[in-house]
Design a protein around this ligand. Structure first.
Ligand code: GDP
Ligand code: MG
Length: 354
């Protein structure tokens, strides 16, 4: 180092041990010392993240729908999700379903639906907006005894801005004061018009308490998914989104991630915003250890160096170095820029500018 600094100094360059030289210059000096400099491969993090994933149609395979439940506080979102999970618990698993990772996968006559738990009503915030971005179908829960409320309208706006298919679940039909027709009437104002009124929106009367209509709702979700022809290429490096993440005392950073394309494996190197790491262990929505996760599958992973933000995009890369470079570049480039670019590319400006 001293020799190099001296040399450069004599050449009129004021450098210190931390200075960077342009590659050409470094390469010339290296030659004087009988060395051949090799340029470090630069990863353009944004390019890499947003590289247009031109997928060949022939590689695309159908994938399960990813569904979120939205609606006004107390209209029964949590109850409905619980009811769905319960009806789909086979006797052998009764009581054994741990729903610990912020997402669940239910099996409906051999077909799969992935449900994302939406965060509490207190935050119709970035997280939920990001939630929308990871979702194919939104179940809009409207209580039959309460009708359209402010957060109902917010939910409609978010789903529409994100281009998400809406299925209306009119909940609490077991209640004496339930008025299904009134809810339908109120929603026409937001262009959610039932099929029997000449529109194209699916309305499912349900009761999270009596479980009436739950099977029909699940069938309607699968029907909608069929129409959407949801597909992804499972044979590529994984890409997806962080649903939630936290620091676990024993396990370190743990993150629930939804795989959106490709297959995530234990052992894969991943970059997630400012975090990176190697997938050390993966758990599915039932709390079982798994070694790989296909598109539309939520998994909780261990092995990241820090806790990533919910809504962050993750990508599997070739090696440790690439993962680290991406996260470091991400940090140095600043989130703002990355998010700005991401937003634009994903055409979600509308969603975020609400
Ligand atoms: P969230 O805030 O949308 O998640 O709503 P919750 O699931 O917490 O439900 C709010 C309240 O409505 C709770 O007291 C539930 O027991 C009740 N509730 C939810 N679904 C039904 C239903 O189908 N019928 C009746 N009668 N009550 C319900
Ligand atoms: Mg709730």
């Amino acid at each position: 180092v001293t020799a190099l600094i001296k040399k450069l100094f004599l050449a009129g360059k004021m450098v210190n041990v931390n200075s960077e030289l342009p590659f050409d210059e470094a390469s010339e000096i290296a030659l004087e010392y009988n060395c051949i400099a090799e340029e470090e491969e630069k990863v353009d993090v944004i390019e890499e993240l947003l590289k247009e994933d031109e997928e060949d149609e022939k590689d695309m395979v159908s994938r399960p729908p990813v569904v979120c439940v939205m609606g006004h506080v107390d209209h029964g979102k949590t109850s409905l999700l619980d009811a769905i999970r319960q009806t789909k618990v086979t006797s052998g698993e009764a009581g054994g379903i741990t729903q610990a990772i912020g997402a669940s996968v239910v099996d409906v006559n051999g077909q799969t639906i992935t449900f994302l738990d939406t965060p509490g009503h207190e935050a119709f915030t970035a997280m939920r907006m990001r939630g929308a971005q990871s979702t194919d179908i939104a179940i809009l829960v409207v209580a039959a005894d309460d009708g359209v409320m402010p957060q109902t309208i917010e939910a409609i706006n978010h789903a529409k801005a994100a281009g998400i298919e809406i299925i209306v679940a009119i909940n609490k039909i077991d209640k004496e004061s339930a008025n299904i027709e009134r809810v339908k009437q109120e929603l026409t104002e937001y262009e959610l018009i039932p099929e029997d009124w000449g529109g194209s929106t699916i309305f499912c009367p349900v009761s999270a308490h009596t479980k009436e209509g739950i099977d029909n709702l699940l069938e309607m979700i699968l029907l909608t998914a069929d129409v959407l022809e949801l597909k992804a290429n499972p044979n590529r490096k994984a890409r997806g989104i962080v649903i939630e993440a936290e620091l676990d005392k024993g396990r370190g950073p743990v993150a629930t991630m939804l795989v959106q394309k490709g297959t995530l494996h234990v052992g894969d190197y991943i970059a997630v915003g400012a975090s990176h790491g190697k997938v050390r262990a993966m758990t599915n929505s039932r709390g079982e250890r798994v070694t790989e996760a296909l598109p539309s599958t939520p998994v909780q992973i261990q092995g990241l160096n820090t806790v990533p933000d919910a809504g962050e995009i993750f990508m599997a890369v070739d090696n440790e170095k690439e993962a680290r470079t991406i996260s470091e570049t991400y940090i140095s480039q600043g989130k703002e820029k990355l998010l700005a670019d991401t937003k634009q590319r994903m055409s979600l400006d509308d969603l975020y500018s609400q």
